[in-house]
Design a protein around this ligand. Sequence first.
Ligand code: MLT
Length: 284
Amino acid sequence: MSEPEATSESEAQPPSPIAEPAPEPVPVPPAVASGTGTPVVLLHAFPLDGRMWAPQVEALAGSYQVIVPDLRGFGAARDQAVEEAGMDLLADDVARLLDDRGLDRVILGGLSMGGYVALAFIRRHPDRLGGLLLLDTKAGADTEQARADRLAMAERVLAEGTGFLPEVMLPRVLGKTSLEERPELVERVTALVREQDPRAVAGAQRGMAARPDSTDVLAGVAVPTLVVTGEEDTVTAPEVGRELAAAIPDARFLLVERAGHLSSLERPEVVNEALLDFLAPIWV
Ligand code: MLT
């Protein structure tokens, strides 16, 4: 009998699988939770972090489980910064946060950018919503000019850091009364803005520039909603808030006098009273 023919290595062994790169772990946003009861998740504005909700946490945590995440790159989420933090990505982050905490449904609130994320959440995870709080926010997309300004700020903050931001942002986010009469608040917001990571600021600006118009989701909002707008808000004027509330079937509107865009920080006593009143009959 003749010897079997030698086989080459490639015939003798199955081809080794091509190593796939390990998928990036999808992060859960870091969040601070206080109190027990019906869960209320509060999403912060740009360019701040969850600490902006301190007055609401203090007022609500006696009766609710208040959960305050930091969105991609901001605050304690510094390591989660991405080049473009789109509203859908941030909404899915919030859904993952709920999964992580075993929460099916929550009352979701957001101020300005936080509101844009809440509107994306409604589109993507409507069944997880038990109530909605929209503060100083709007459903519309950006104009071309606003988009260009955001992209320019993204470039500038990456090149220069956040040092210039308070000068640009404070007159936008604080009302006239706060700028003139609330020096401690001006100082606190200045520090919060300055502390943010430039990559977070750039990522959020790119994400907001790319956000779609969300007007189409408003008529389908099937939960009780509170819309709040500062009387001196120049970013989302009171009539914008009123229109937002009018487009949502079960919504009420609160105008906060002597407050600007950060109404919950500028007149916490007024906003907290309205939140407690609104939340009282809602169970999720
Ligand atoms: C915010 O407060 O989150 C920002 O003003 C949102 C925006 O720039 O549109």
